[in-house]
Design a protein around this ligand. Structure first.
Ligand code: FAD
Length: 467
């Protein structure tokens, strides 16, 4: 039987078989809610699974995996549904949807949190900040915690506290055999190494346990914007300013057209701008001192960098990445912002047309770079900066032009590419996945895949083929 055979394999008997063991909801193409649950965040992805299994817990996940294995079904696994290339939904096969698994428990004494696989970043941030605690999570709060963590997890406080995976203490995993394993430094350590960067290749993680840091509730954070004409000077200032900044400071450079938001003056909306967004993970007075040069540089057109709740800062980019718009991303790491990289940014930034196309240039380093390269499957700890080049449009019309723009920006940077963050890949083929992990880690991940998923049941991901 072919694993890619269409949904005919999911016939009525199969659904009945699963239903007998399943507590959650099973949704077929003709059922109410089918369209709602098959949709993913990226509106340019439009796939129709043969069956959606909305799991409520580990037993449901095991039952769904059991059916998939028995019937050789194509399997998609969904956490928060924010895979850029839409890898968490498939045509015809079985969609194992973890979105209803929202359990969380903070232990304030131990400063840890346990969270199930359907938790979104904003939900986790709220729960942990309720105790004055936080871990590195992403910069858009409707992203899924599961997929982000399995790829590594980069965010505002990583330079101080490390990647999301550097907070991970243990995971519960349902393997392709339907076994439930706990992986940590002490148990199934090989698997624990692999899930910290290796994505969903080795099984379905049903629960995560993280350590937490004290943070907030207020931090000094937010963007300062200048006109795009000033991009060259702004980028040179940024390069010098962050060269020896403390780990508490993390910045993201943004190029885009000013969005229509309540915080943006109407006369600025639609204008090409360059911004430096800062977040200082430490005392307010120290943060104010550290960001002063940013606020005093040149002639900003808008300054929104100030003390504010960490939770509000986490949500800042949410309105720019709404569900259902068409998204395309190209990404690469670079070692440094040399003059050539800056010239490329100046040129391509000035060619942005769509109101929702943007680039984010992430400042890496700090605690991320101090963890050993071999400690986890994540690659690229020594990257200087990470580019996330987003060619986006609100409707399918014009999307191709935005993709072309993103590709040309990325290609211009090619001489400077070093590594690439696996969670920022589209479907770019095996060579790019190999590039993301580096040859040595890729081989180690392949060996692990042969141990835990030799038939490649979990293949809709940045796939590490066992062959
Ligand atoms: P899904 O689409 O549900 O899943 C992504 C992949 O992980 C799929 O292959 C899926 O099968 C697999 N998967 C999901 N859950 C599980 C599980 N429990 N067990 C096994 N496999 C699983 N990344 C960052 O590091 N930092 C950021 O700040 C950041 N910001 C982003 C903002 C936006 C708007 C978007 C779209 C993405 C962002 N990313 C960021 C990238 C993000 O980390 C990845 O897209 C991630 O895969 C999303 O996780 P998810 O659970 O929402 O995705």
């Amino acid at each position: 039987m072919s694993a890619l055979a269409p949904g005919a394999l999911i016939d009525g008997t199969a659904v009945e078989e699963l239903q007998a063991m399943f507590r959650g909801e099973l949704i077929r193409p003709d059922d109410r809610g089918y369209d709602e649950h098959r949709k993913v965040w990226n509106g340019s992805i439009d796939r129709h699974p043969g069956l959606i299994a909305r799991c409520t817990g580990v037993a449901d996940v095991r039952a769904a995996v059991g059916l998939a294995k028995e019937r050789d079904l194509l399997v998609a696994v969904r956490g928060g549904g924010h895979s850029f290339p839409g890898l968490s939904v498939c045509d015809d096969g079985l969609l194992i949807d973890l979105g209803a698994m929202k359990g969380m428990r903070v232990d304030p004494e131990k400063r840890t949190v346990r969270a199930q696989a359907g938790v979104l970043l904003g939900e986790l941030d709220r729960e942990t900040q309720g105790f004055g605690l936080a871990m590195t999570s992403g910069i858009v709060t409707h992203t899924g915690m599961a997929g982000l963590t399995l790829g590594g997890g980069i965010g505002w406080i990583m330079r101080k506290y490390g990647l999301t995976i550097d907070h991970l203490l243990s995971v519960d995993v349902v393997t392709a055999d339907g076994e439930v394993l706990t992986a940590s430094e002490d148990q199934n350590a090989d698997l624990f190494w692999g899930v910290r960067g290796g994505g969903g290749n080795f099984g379905i993680v049903t629960e995560f346990e993280f350590r937490l840091n004290e943070l907030g509730p207020y931090v000094v954070a937010g963007p300062v914007f200048w006109a795009m004409e000033d991009a060259g000077e702004v980028l040179r200032f940024h390069r010098d300013w962050v060269a020896d900044c403390p780990d508490e400071l993390m910045t993201i450079v943004v190029q885009r057209r000013a969005p229509a938001l309540p915080t943006v003056p109407p006369e600025l909306v639609g204008k090409l701008i360059i911004g430096i967004t800062a977040c200082y993970a430490g005392p307010i007075e120290d943060g104010e001192r550290v960001v002063r040069p940013l606020k005093e540089f040149g002639s900003p057109v808008l300054d929104l960098c100030m003390p504010k709740p960490y939770l509000a800062h986490q949500q800042m980019f949410d309105p720019s990445f709404k569900h259902g718009w068409s998204y395309y991303v190209r990404s690469c790491d670079v070692a440094e912002l040399n003059d050539d990289v800056i010239d490329i940014m100046v040129e391509h930034g000035s060619r942005i047309t769509s109101p929702i196309t943007s680039i984010a240039l992430w400042q890496m380093g700090g605690a991320v770079a101090r963890v050993g390269d071999d400690a986890t499957a994540f690659n690229g700890r020594q990257a200087g900066f990470t580019f996330n080049i987003n060619g986006n449009s609100m409707t399918p019309e014009g999307f191709e032009a935005e993709r072309d723009w993103a590709r040309s920006y990325w290609s211009a940077l090619e001489p400077h590419h070093t590594s690439v963050y696996v969670n920022f890949l589209m479907e770019e083929g095996e060579e790019r996945v190999r590039r993301a992990y580096g040859a040595e880690k890729y081989d180690r991940l392949k060996a692990l895949k042969r141990t835990y998923d030799p038939t490649n049941l979990f293949r809709l991901n940045q796939n590490i083929s066992p062959d």
